[in-house]
Design a protein around this ligand. Structure first.
Ligand SMILES: *[C@@H]1O[C@H](CO)[C@@H](O)[C@H](O)[C@H]1NC(C)=O
Ligand SMILES: CC(=O)N[C@H]1CO[C@H](CO)[C@@H](O)[C@@H]1O
Length: 384
């Protein structure tokens, strides 16, 4: 509580200072004690048209900054309970320069956001700009920044370096993941089974942290390949917290709008709007099935909201057709039988994925993300 007061105090002080400065620039009398403003007036009289336009633009930028800054602060306080790190602010000039004015040649990935590769201060960065905003209201933008910042200390989260609030919508600046987004990469570079297993484990660990480490449980709600990046060492980096939801204290879920943003949507949430940890667990199960099978392209609109992949995988598995289920590029050679050890790992992995999507009838045991992370680690350590 004390933290909150102090933080707000600082912000209000900063905001009223900016207000005074903005008023000076257009020559309007500043509210309150006006000695500074009137001292600035004679100088304004001699300004030429061009620089007035420039100043006006500067004023707009400052107003964006001010309003949006206070929204960000509110979001930070809400998500962190008051204990948050300062967020570095980049200027719109830095962003425009780094991306050559949001040049499409700099784009490395795109869905609801456009991700630009840029260089700021001799360092490669990933710059994230929101594109289709119909799904989002202002809270979503600031939540992304606030939760990314909270999560940035985790080694499997795409680190937020800072943001820019001088555009109509915030722009995020993140560390640059050398191997790009997982959705783009799969087709370009097939990667082996152990990497896939590691990605699943690392994402489960990052989400466990999200669910358990903060004053209130936070649900990501948008786990999908497009929101997972890979660094130069193929470490998974979770990103994009704009749809994340805070669960009220003492509750296990909260009703919210159903965001039809992915094919990984948990059926109960889809029906009722109830967001619980299961929403993330389900999506992780789908991600695991995709990693295993290499299949994720849903083409039909209908299929998107049905658990197609679990049903499909279940059928093949019931017929003992593991070889047909798995992505051939996980194996050394297509003709090889799966070695016994590998087969065991894959079966344990798929069993776990089914627990996440709760596909097996009668299997009602509630799992938590931390259990999934532990099981994946066991498989990775050949400890099954
Ligand atoms: C990748 O691994 C190498 C060797 O362990 C390490 O020096 C480097 O910092 C790692 N890169 C990243 C981005 O973590
Ligand atoms: C996301 C968001 O709320 N952005 C706002 C930042 O501030 C400007 C100016 O006040 C608004 O127009 C944007 O909508």
């Amino acid at each position: 509580m004390e933290m909150k007061k102090i933080a707000c105090g600082v912000l209000f002080a900063a905001a009223s200072m900016t207000a005074v400065m903005a008023a000076e620039e257009v020559g309007a009398p500043a509210p309150g004690p006006s000695s500074a403003a009137s001292a600035a007036l004679p100088a304004l009289g001699s300004l030429v048209g061009a620089s007035l336009v420039k100043k006006k633009k500067k004023k707009e930028v400052e107003i964006h900054f001010q309003k949006n800054g206070s929204l960000l602060l509110e979001e930070l306080i809400a998500t962190s309970g008051g204990k948050y790190n300062p967020i570095r602010m980049f200027s719109s000039n830095q962003i425009l320069q780094a991306t050559n004015h949001f040049d499409w040649n700099y784009v490395i990935s795109e869905d609801r956001f456009v991700w630009f590769k840029g260089i700021i201060e001799n360092r490669c960065v990933l710059i994230k700009k929101f594109q289709d905003c119909s799904l989002f209201d202002a809270d979503n933008f600031y939540r992304d920044i606030a939760v990314s910042s909270l999560m940035s200390s985790h080694k499997n989260v795409l680190k937020l370096l800072g943001c820019c609030l001088e555009f109509p919508h915030p722009v995020l600046v993140c560390e640059y993941p050398e191997n790009g987004a997982l959705n783009g990469i799969r087709r370009a570079k097939p990667f082996p089974w152990n990497v896939r297993l590691k990605i699943a484990k690392e994402i489960a660990e990052a989400v466990t942290y999200l669910h358990t480490e903060f004053p209130r449980t936070i649900i990501h709600r948008d786990l999908k390949l497009a929101n997972i990046f890979l660094d130069e060492n193929w470490s998974a980096k979770l990103s994009s917290f704009s749809l994340s939801v805070l669960i009220p204290e003492g509750e296990s879920g909260v009703i919210d709008t159903v965001c039809r943003t992915s094919s990984y949507i948990e059926p109960d949430y889809f029906k009722t709007g109830l967001v619980t940890e299961n929403v993330d667990i389900y999506s992780l199960g789908i991600i695991m099935l995709i990693l295993l099978t290499g299949r994720s392209e849903y083409t039909s609109e209908v299929a998107v909201y049905l658990p197609v992949l679990p049903v499909y995988a279940g059928k093949l598995l019931d017929q003992g057709l593991l070889t047909e289920l798995i992505d051939p590029s996980t194996l050394e050679s297509v003709n090889d039988d799966i070695p016994e050890r590998l087969r065991q790992h894959m079966e344990a992995f798929i069993e776990l994925a089914f627990r996440c999507v709760r596909f097996r009838p009668g299997d009602n045991v509630q799992v938590r993300m931390i259990d999934i992370a532990r099981e994946l680690k066991k498989i990775e350590n050949h400890n099954i």
